[in-house]
Write a protein that binds this ligand. Structure first.
Ligand SMILES: [Zn+2]
Length: 96
């Protein structure tokens, strides 16, 4: 008596396709929840607050600003802090 394992001829191909699609989706969803791509964080030396800005908000915050990497290595940008609204030295970092 041989075991009856019903073979469905159509299964191998579709299941491969589905697994591949889910693998790609999982990869993307792992990247997405973190800070928005292109977001800029401002670390303020006055209030020690770290503020996350969209590129547009960062452009506005940076408009009257000064970048002096030689004088201030830790906080090279003189700008108005989005958290405490004081003009002070900040460090910017871009999330790519
Ligand atoms: Zn501040």
């Amino acid at each position: 008596m041989r075991p009856r394992t019903p073979r469905l001829p159509a299964t191998p191909e579709p299941s491969n396709v589905i697994r591949d699609a889910e693998g790609k989706r999982a990869l993307f969803s792992r990247i997405e929840p973190e800070p928005v791509r292109g977001a800029i964080t401002v670390a303020c030396s006055r209030c020690q607050e770290i503020t996350s800005l969209s590129p547009l908000q960062a452009m506005r915050a940076l408009l009257p600003s000064l970048y002096v990497p030689l004088l201030r290595r830790d906080y090279p940008s003189l700008m108005r802090c989005p958290a405490c609204h004081q003009l002070g030295w900040s460090r910017l970092s871009l999330h790519v």
